[in-house]
Design a protein around this ligand. Structure first.
Ligand SMILES: [Fe+2]
Ligand SMILES: [Fe+2]
Length: 245
């Protein structure tokens, strides 16, 4: 068996243990497999297909809040909590603190590539426009220094992407636009607090931000994902990532 065949066999065995058949979306496997080739269908064993919450995941409450997504669907949020705490300590506004708290939720629970754009889209219906704008453009601003506010190009990026890495043209275009925008500094402050928020020894509690989230995040009464906002489907996908349709 090749590595891929072994992985597929293991996955098949795992899905056999579930009551429902799980088929992964192409985006999860693209690269590991050629997306042009049809994915192997699990043998029809009379089971029904997954159409709700995956039993392998912690179950979300009926009307989930942003905090529930932090607790049950986002990876360790230490980086986000630390950056929000740094913003708070520096006397930043609640808008900036909230923006720091949620700036990387796409990495924490959705899709990494273009994470700033995804996070902005997830949040847009529920936060002040300045907050989602700042989160969208932190994606580009992260790659460009602003010495005046003490922001240098992250050393981490040189390690991760190599010393000669050049951002894509669309990132440079968006950086130039954001640089001239009236909300530039809001977005830049995300980057400033981002830079020093990777300390494994600092622990911050999510509950410390309950009030700020309460005042600045418009929690839909139906629950995040069950409302009719233009981003609700994205929250549902985070809630039920293995849903067949
Ligand atoms: Fe980020
Ligand atoms: Fe970050």
């Amino acid at each position: 068996m090749t590595t891929l065949e072994r992985a597929e066999a293991a996955e098949h065995a795992m899905s056999q243990e579930l009551d429902r058949v799980v088929v992964k979306s192409v985006i999860y496997t693209s690269g590991e497999r050629d997306p042009r080739v049809p994915a192997p269908r699990p043998p029809d064993s009379g089971k029904l297909y997954m159409m709700g919450q995956d039993p392998r995941l912690p179950q979300m409450p009926a009307r989930p809040t942003l905090m529930d997504f932090f607790k049950y669907r986002f990876g360790p949020a230490n980086h986000l909590l630390q950056s929000a705490r740094l913003a708070q300590k520096s006397g930043a506004s609640e808008k900036v603190i909230l923006a720091c708290l949620v700036h990387d939720i796409a990495i924490a629970g959705f899709i990494r590539g273009d994470h700033g754009y995804w996070a902005a889209q997830l949040l847009e219906p529920y936060v002040d426009e300045e907050v989602s704008w700042a989160i969208r453009y932190h994606q580009a601003l992260r790659f460009y220094a602003d010495e005046a506010v003490g922001y240098r190009y992250p050393e981490l990026y040189s390690k991760l992407f190599g010393p000669d890495y050049k951002p894509d043209a669309y990132i440079e275009r968006d950086y130039k636009m954001a640089r001239e925008h009236k909300w530039y500094m809001t977005s830049r402050l995300i980057c400033v607090n981002d830079l020093y928020a990777f300390d494994p020894n600092v622990h911050v509690e999510l509950d410390d931000f309950t009030d700020i989230v309460g005042r600045n995040f418009k929690q839909p009464k139906e629950g995040l994902g069950w409302d009719a906002s233009p981003a609700a489907h994205m929250w549902r996908t985070i809630m039920c990532p293995t849903k067949y349709l």
